[in-house]
Design a binder for this molecule. Structure first.
Ligand code: GCU
Length: 348
């Protein structure tokens, strides 16, 4: 983040930090309301923003307006990493964070971020809906001042570039590819022979346009919602990651600011928003792909095996840690269970 933007964010944070209670007028009378601030990095067209509008409606209706949900999209409160820091202090209540950002806080998020750990969308969704796996992950950051509430689909991440399509790992040699500020993403691109360049999401468009980077990796929505398709015309389905975004809540929101009943409403609303968003995702990704094609983006379908093979050392490295291996094994066991189940269905 540029210094000016960072200062603006800090000033904004300082200002909003003093207004946890707001006022609203109902039937002419002033009524004190609690304010829940939500920060995320997507624009207003994104399924996650639409889901948070549903969240807002749910919470405000169920609390008869005692809670006012305020949503700040487009990294208005800073890049996700800064927004998570604000949640740690309680200045922001809810943040939608990518795994790349969250892995800085606990290694269980690192495991979910491992390239090719998921076999399919079916596997990925079942893992995300598994309380046994995700309950532990969501709680893992409590000491850091926030917990996970639910997940949002963020599709499949693939590599896209400005100058030439990526058909095999060798094509990435020497290319500067933007990654999230995530050690795992950096290691992944290094293993593929590229030069990983961490930067915040909001800076990618200009980075591509000014040739600071040669490409990036993301789902199809980034091509349209963030206009990356205007400058990067080669999108290769190497399918390295199926990643959720996580809706995190400041512990001070759940433990101090809200009553138990209000906290319950917030959890129900999060659950509702999750279902709403997942329902929208597939069509949103297909629509973004179609629009990108109209814009001249070409889509390529390389053999993913050579990319997968390059990740073996990373999988081995990460499973040396006992805690990471515990999460890893559960995810892989579910993958194997699904494979066996599908093989049986095929036989019937
Ligand atoms: C996607 C993802 C975000 C992430 C962003 C990025 O939009 O949903 O969580 O921050 O990519 O690459 O930074």
């Amino acid at each position: 983040m540029k210094i000016g933007k960072r200062i603006a964010t800090l000033l904004l944070a300082a200002t909003i930090g003093f207004s946890a209670i707001g006022c609203s007028k109902i039937d002419g009378a002033e009524k004190k309301v609690k304010v829940i601030r939500v920060a995320h990095g997507q624009n207003e067209e994104h399924p996650q923003h639409k889901a948070m509008l549903e969240f807002e409606k749910y919470v405000e209706e169920k609390t008869n307006g005692d809670i006012d949900v305020q949503i700040f999209p487009n990294e208005l409160l800073g890049a996700t990493a800064q927004a998570v820091e604000l949640a740690q202090t309680g200045a922001v209540d809810l943040v939608i964070g990518g795994l790349g950002t969250l892995e800085a806080f606990n290694s269980s998020y690192t495991v979910l971020n491992l390239p090719y750990i998921m076999d399919s969308t079916e596997h990925y969704h079942e893992v995300m809906n598994d309380e046994d796996i995700m309950g532990t992950v969501y709680e893992s950051t409590r000491q850091s001042g926030f917990v996970g509430l639910t997940w949002f689909d963020a599709g499949v991440r693939n590599i896209y570039t400005t100058k030439k399509p990526i058909m095999e790992p060798d094509d990435l040699k020497g290319l500067k590819i933007r990654v999230q500020t995530s050690p795992t993403n950096v290691k992944m691109l290094q293993a593929l022979g590229a030069s990983p360049t961490p930067m915040s999401f909001g800076e990618v468009y200009t980075g591509l346009q000014q040739n600071v980077i040669d490409g990036a990796e993301n789902n199809e929505l980034a091509l349209i919602n963030n206009k990356h398709g205007e400058v990067a015309k080669h999108y290769s389905y190497n399918m390295h990651a199926m990643l959720p975004d996580i809706l995190i809540a400041s512990t001070s929101l759940l433990d101090d600011k809200l009553t138990e009943e209000e906290a319950q409403i917030v959890m129900e609303a999060a659950d509702y928003a999750n279902k709403f968003e997942v329902e929208l995702w597939e069509d949103a990704a297909a629509e973004a792909k179609a629009k990108a094609e109209e814009m001249g983006v070409q889509f390529y379908y390389p053999d993913i095996k050579p990319f997968q093979d390059k990740m073996k050392d990373l999988h081995a490295e990460y499973t040396k840690d006992k805690d990471m291996k515990a999460v890893y094994d559960k995810i892989r066991a579910k993958g194997d269970e699904i494979l066996a189940r599908n093989a049986n269905t095929d036989k019937e």
